[in-house]
Design a protein around this ligand. Structure first.
Ligand code: VGL
Ligand code: ZN
Length: 213
């Protein structure tokens, strides 16, 4: 049996982007994304503090291929802040695609953090936007609430989960990714690259069985 991580009062769970557009039938469906919901709900039940995130883009967002005439889906372009993958329109503010998946446990969460709300800047991370300067305030909020360890799950492993975990670590939290409670987009080696970055940054990859009683 895998080693158990004893639950601590200073633990927080961040549930990343479990939204209609990232599951079956959505605009940017992550393969198997819908399958994590029961497990995510069980995890939410055992954490002292739970925060959810929502990718929440204005119409015409800079990360949409449709905002760049001549560009194709999944092209990578240079933005002032660095390379940007161009996605299908997704998680547009107020749309059904942007809503949290029905059946996701939301009642026990203390926070639903919306990110990617600035039209010219993407934000895979729930902590710092892609310009690497604009903060969402989440690091300070978690610190002020006494959080010491951050556990991350949700969608997608290789984008918003990985960047959120890396920034949690950079903000000084002991950080874990609960791998079986995530699913990946896995385009062009993005999953392998993300896992290597997590390992190099001392973000621990664990199974839900290590956390659940
Ligand atoms: C995400 C691509 C674009 C994610 C969000 O939640 O991983 N990926 N926007
Ligand atoms: Zn997005």
């Amino acid at each position: 049996m895998a080693d158990k991580l004893a639950a601590r009062d200073d633990d927080a769970l961040i549930v990343v982007d479990v939204q209609n557009d990232f599951v079956r039938g959505g605009a940017l469906a992550v393969p198997g994304g819908e399958a994590i919901v029961p497990l995510v709900n069980r995890l939410s039940g055992v954490f002292a503090q739970v925060a959810l995130t929502q990718d929440w883009h204005p119409r015409g967002h800079a990360s949409f291929a449709s905002s760049h005439p001549g560009a194709k889906l999944f092209d990578v372009i240079d933005m002032p802040y660095g390379p940007q993958v161009l996605w299908p329109d997704h998680c547009v503010q107020g749309t059904r695609g942007a809503a949290l998946v029905e059946g996701l446990a939301v009642d026990s969460a203390f926070l639903v953090l919306r990110k990617g709300t600035h039209s010219g800047v993407d934000s895979y991370s729930a902590f710092v936007e892609a310009d690497r300067r604009t903060t969402t305030g989440l690091g300070g909020l978690l610190a002020a609430r006494g959080v010491g360890r951050v556990f991350v799950c949700g969608l997608a492993t290789d984008f918003c989960v990985a960047f959120t975990a890396l920034d949690a670590r950079a903000a000084g939290f002991e950080t874990f990714v609960i791998e079986d409670a995530c699913r990946a987009i896995d385009a062009d080696g993005s999953l392998e690259a993300a896992l290597a970055r997590l390992d190099a940054a001392d973000v621990r990859r664990v199974a839900s069985s290590a956390v659940l009683p």
